[in-house]
Each structure stands twice: as structure tokens, then as C-alpha cells.
Design a protein around this ligand. Structure first.
Ligand SMILES: Cc1ncc(COP(=O)(O)O)c(CN[C@H](CF)CCC(=O)O)c1O
Length: 364
């Protein structure tokens, strides 16, 4: 039989309301033929930015004007724009383990990038102070990939750190923050930043579909000025048809309805998967179960190496990513356990038992 996926890459497309999206696209065409005939504002159509600004104010406490929002075709091009307008002597710190793709991109821009370790509350503040970076790239809402939800105390410490240096910025990557299961939804760091030091990043990849390529950043006023002087002749990358469709999808309440449905759906699947894993692996598994997002980290007692695991996973046709995919310095020290990032979004509920069986055969 075919492959099963425990990858964190894919969403569950069986639940996407394609009909509702189609209706939003039809509305976009009916109402915006003039705009569709031209090229959009470099940051994306104002109407769409206003809708996003209103939404994140409500859901994440982000305070911003539509003028501060820059829409882009993913976090990668947005980060590239942000960093390309900085002088090349800037230093960026990034969580390790963390989002290795961003790490690669920042390195390819020949920037000074420094991996920073984590403690149980998230990124290590002592290491940050020692590194003294100009930018700090973090995922406080659900640390990628360990899942840690950064407590408010650590967030305040980081905001104080940012405020006590000139031109220090925190890049808050709030991906998959829309998915919380039974735990309170801590507002964004941007919402309690008093010194305009937080650059807020959001994406529709996790809540809609990653192939839509619709993401955005919220720039503090000073960086917005720099952006507008650098990129006034830039052309927005996203399709205006899709952006206006997004606008109607949100305005019609379909987006909120979809989020509610997906939270319930993912929570049910997550609980069932964890139950099946605990039953099969008994006490040889330690699940770092942060009740958030579309994946969690699990540690397994085994003498196997990461190379063995990868090879066996291919044999078993099980799509999984070990912690190695997220280590920025690619040195997974060999101990008597291995860590795997388990994504549950694309797995169907009826496939859970089979996936757990295969995982067991991969590890033992
Ligand atoms: C930490 C993090 N912040 C943002 C995104 C959203 O990016 P975009 O779709 O461009 O808006 C992702 C999505 N990451 C991809 C799918 F999971 C790739 C994962 C990998 O490279 O391991 C992510 O992990």
C-alpha cells in the first residue's frame, strides 16, 4: 500500500471549503474587475490589508494600521525583503533547533547569523545577551519544532532586552498560532510591545492551504519608512484575485468558521494519535505535548541512529522528519534516544493505527 505521512509540511485538504473559496473568488471578480486590470499596491491591496489588520487585532491583539502590513508570497520572500534593506553588518539570532530554511536563506544573504539554544521556556536569554544580535527570529507561540509555548515572563524579558538597545528588533513568527487545544491563547508579543521593536509575521499556509502562498509582515513605523523608500517600485507578488478572494472569505465569516472546524478536527486527531502512540510505545516514548499547532515532538528510547531511522522510514513508506531537519548546525549527538517531529494534520483518522504500527517498526 501507499505512503503515510507524519510530516509537518502538509495540511488536511479533505476539509478545505473549496466551494466557499470559489464563491469568494467569484465575488472578487464581480467587485474588482478594475483592480484586476491593473497592478496592485506594492504591499498588497489596501482593502485586503485592512481586513487582515482588523482580524489580527481581534485574534492576536496585534495593533497596527493597514499601512504597516506588507503581504508576500511566503515568509521567505518577506524576510529577504526585510533583511535586504539592512546594512550587511547586522547580526541575526535564530532558535536552534529551529526553522532551518530561514537559517539557510539568511546565510545565503551573507548575513551574520547566530544559532541560539533553547531552555524549557524557549530561546535562551543569556545566550542572546552574549550574542548581542540586532535581529532575533523567534516562534514564541509554538516554538518550531519543539512546541514550547513561551511564557509571558520570557516574552517580557525579551521585549525589555530589545528596548534596551538601539535598533534591536524581534521578529515574531506567529505561524500556526491559530491552533490551540484547551490552552489559553496568549496574545502576540507585538500586542504588548511598547517600543515598536516587534516585527510580526503571519501566514495563511497553516489555516488555509500552503500552496496559496499568502503571508504577511507588520512593520513598525521606522522600518515601514525604510521599506517604502527601498521598495516603492516593487510589484506585489501575490495574485490580486486570490487576495480579494481572501478578503471576502474572511468578511463572510467563512474563515472564522473554518478555523473553528479545523481546531476541533485537529484536536480530535491529535488526541487519538497520542493515545495510539502511548498504547504502542508504552514508556519508551516521551511526548512533548504542547497543546498547540499541527505537530508535536516525541522522544523515543532506542539505540538506533538517525541514519537507521531515515532508511527504515523510507522502507516502511512513512514520511517523517527527525529533529536533524531542524538542527542549524547539523550535529545530532548520538545518545540512546531519538527525537521525531510528528505532524498530524495530513494523516487521516482511519490511518492512525497503521501509521503507529509503521513507526514502531521504524524505531524497533
Ligand atoms: C516556523 C514556520 N514559520 C512560517 C511558516 C510558513 O511559511 P510560509 O508558507 O512561507 O508563510 C512555516 C511553514 N514551514 C513549511 C511547512 F511546514 C516548511 C517547514 C520546514 O521547512 O521544515 C514554518 O515552519
Amino acid at each position: 500500500e501507499g505512503w503515510l505521512s507524519l510530516s509537518h509540511y502538509k495540511n488536511d485538504n479533505t476539509k478545505f471549503p473549496f466551494h466557499a473559496w470559489l464563491k469568494s473568488q467569484q465575488k472578487a471578480i464581480a467587485q474588482h474587475k478594475t483592480e484586476l486590470a491593473g497592478i496592485p499596491h506594492p504591499q498588497g491591496p489596501y482593502t485586503v490589508r485592512k481586513t487582515i489588520a482588523d482580524m489580527i487585532a481581534l485574534t492576536r491583539g496585534v495593533t497596527c494600521e493597514p499601512e504597516q502590513i506588507v503581504i508576500g508570497t511566503g515568509i521567505h520572500p518577506l524576510i529577504q525583503q526585510l533583511m535586504a534593506m539592512q546594512s550587511s553588518d547586522k547580526k541575526i539570532a535564530i532558535e536552534n533547533p529551529g526553522y532551518s530554511r530561514i537559517f539557510q536563506i539568511l546565510n545565503s544573504l551573507r548575513l551574520n547569523v547566530e544559532p541560539i539554544g533553547l531552555d524549557k521556556e524557549g530561546i535562551d536569554i543569556e545566550e542572546i545577551k552574549a550574542a548581542n544580535p540586532d535581529f532575533l527570529f523567534i516562534t514564541p507561540s509554538h516554538q518550531f519544532p519543539t512546541g514550547t509555548i513561551m511564557p509571558i515572563s520570557r516574552r517580557v524579558e525579551l521585549l525589555n532586552w530589545a528596548a534596551t538597545g538601539d535598533n534591536r528588533y524581534i521578529i515574531e513568527d506567529d505561524y500556526d498560532s491559530e491552533f490551540k487545544y484547551g490552552t489559553d491563547n496568549i496574545p502576540s508579543m507585538q500586542s504588548f510591545d511598547q517600543n515598536q521593536r516587534v516585527i510580526y509575521f503571519g501566514t495563511f499556509s497553516k489555516t488555509l492551504l500552503p500552496s496559496f502562498r499568502i503571508s504577511y509582515m507588520v512593520l513598525p513605523p521606522k522600518l515601514l519608512e525604510l521599506y517604502q523608500s527601498h521598495y516603492s517600485d516593487r510589484i506585489q507578488g501575490c495574485s490580486s484575485l486570490e487576495l480579494y478572494a481572501l478578503h471576502y472569505f474572511i468578511q463572510s465569516g467563512e474563515y472564522a468558521k473554518h478555523l473553528k472546524r479545523m481546531n476541533q478536527h485537529y484536536n480530535r486527531k491529535r488526541k487519538r494519535l497520542i493515545k495510539a502512540l502511548d498504547a504502542k510505545f508504552d514508556n519508551s516514548i516521551d511526548i512533548k505535548d504542547a497543546p498547540a499547532g499541527l505537530h508535536f515532538l516525541a522522544e523515543f528510547d532506542t539505540a538506533k541512529t538517525y541514519a537507521d531511522i531515515k532508511e527504515k522510514a523510507t522502507e516502511e513508506k512513512l514520511d517523517i522528519y527527525t529533529i536533524e531537519h531542524f538542527l542549524l548546525e547539523k550535529t545530532a549527538k548520538h545518545t540512546n534516544s531519538i527525537q521525531i517531529v510528528i505532524g498530524f494534520a495530513s494523516l487521516k483518522e482511519e490511518q492512525i493505527d497503521e501509521a503507529v504500527e509503521r513507526l514502531y517498526r521504524v524505531i524497533y
